[in-house]
Write a protein that binds this ligand. Structure first.
Ligand code: SF4
Ligand code: SF4
Length: 322
């Protein structure tokens, strides 16, 4: 794996400060039943890092203490963590909105037969990666058999009311195949709805269009192909100051499987931790007595991936979201 951080750290980015915390994004581990080319987490079936039950309990305590509105659970395939369902139940019992970054194929994994029904019963919002409506493109990024598995997963969720019924939100995520900016979100969403509807009878709520981050597996691939400089320049050239207010690190804190804190999931993957005073790595327990409002955000060249063009956040394009 080629490290892109030295390149990213050499690129200046406008200073940013944290605002009011409303989302805790928790990465419960790197194990995944897939190993996608664009994965910024470098997840896969052989990864063993996994959040413990004690840290999952601390997540629930922080939700209480900080009155956090949204718990965004990610991985790996977060559902493979043995404490996933307890975390979901605990957060929902507190009235917290829960989002599950679901890869869809995990719904058919052995032992996960009742996962879709569980998610529906808890009214968990599903955010699912679907980088294209064409099988070849999906499988080039996400592996053989993933397209059919994803379609089956979507159909199963639709059968439970996802994408149709109130409270059962199903959002899809698109990211480009290579080092280019994503197309406009609204037009692509309409095309996805038409094609997935006509071909497979699938319905969903929104399509989130995200730029690929020049880090981890995708960044390393660009370095190997000699395309990293061109992509970093493309992101910088497309930067819009208007997107700075909406970047997710202003209102979100990312937590890793060991309970360490970061300004966002990308900083987590680059190992750029959130510091607290003299302490180089703040921990989940720090959130019991501070919310980091006004704290300086650790920015570098990858941040242009959030502010280029229509912008990218955990809720898709920033302009469109506004
Ligand atoms: S499904 Fe998601 S977490 Fe798993 S390898 Fe693919 S991108 Fe990474
Ligand atoms: S990558 Fe995006 S979300 Fe993360 S710190 Fe930079 S601007 Fe914020």
């Amino acid at each position: 794996m080629r490290d892109t951080l030295p390149l990213l750290d050499a690129i200046p980015f406008p200073a940013l400060k944290r605002g009011r915390l409303d989302t805790l994004q928790v990465n419960v581990g790197y194990r995944c039943n897939q190993s996608c080319v664009h994965c910024h987490v470098n997840a896969g079936p052989n990864r063993t890092e996994e959040m413990s039950g004690d840290i999952a309990d601390l997540v629930l305590a922080v939700l209480d203490r900080r009155a956090i509105g949204t718990l965004d659970i990610t991985g790996g395939a977060p559902e493979l963590n043995p404490h996933f369902r307890r975390l979901v139940r605990g957060a929902r019992a507190r009235g917290v909105r829960v989002m599950d970054r679901c890869n869809l194929t995990v719904l058919s994994e052995p032992g996960q037969e009742n996962l879709a029904a569980f998610l529906a019963a808890e009214q968990v919002e599903i955010v699912a990666s679907m980088p294209c409506y064409l099988a070849d493109n999906v499988e080039r990024q996400r592996g053989k058999g993933v397209f059919d598995g994803s379609i089956r997963g979507l159909q199963r969720l639709n059968a439970l009311g996802y994408g149709r019924d109130e409270g059962l939100v199903l959002n899809l995520v698109y990211n480009p195949q290579g080092p280019s900016l994503p197309p406009p979100q609204a037009a692509l969403e309409a095309e996805y709805k038409r094609i997935l509807g006509e071909a497979y009878g699938i319905v969903f709520n929104n399509l989130f269009v995200l730029a690929n981050m020049p880090i981890q597996r995708f960044g390393s691939m660009l370095v190997s192909k000699g395309e990293i400089d061109g992509y970093l320049q493309l992101l910088q050239d497309a930067h819009l100051d208007a997107n700075l207010d909406g970047v997710m690190c202003r209102s979100l804190i990312s937590v890793d499987w060991q309970g360490y804190l970061y300004d966002c999931d990308f900083n987590q993957m680059l190992d750029l931790p959130l510091a607290r005073g003299e302490k180089p790595r703040a921990q989940l327990s720090d959130l019991l007595d501070t919310d980091f409002d006004g704290h300086q955000i650790r920015v570098a060249g990858h941040c242009f991936g959030c502010t280029a063009g229509q912008g990218s956040s955990c809720g898709g394009a920033l302009e469109a979201a506004e």
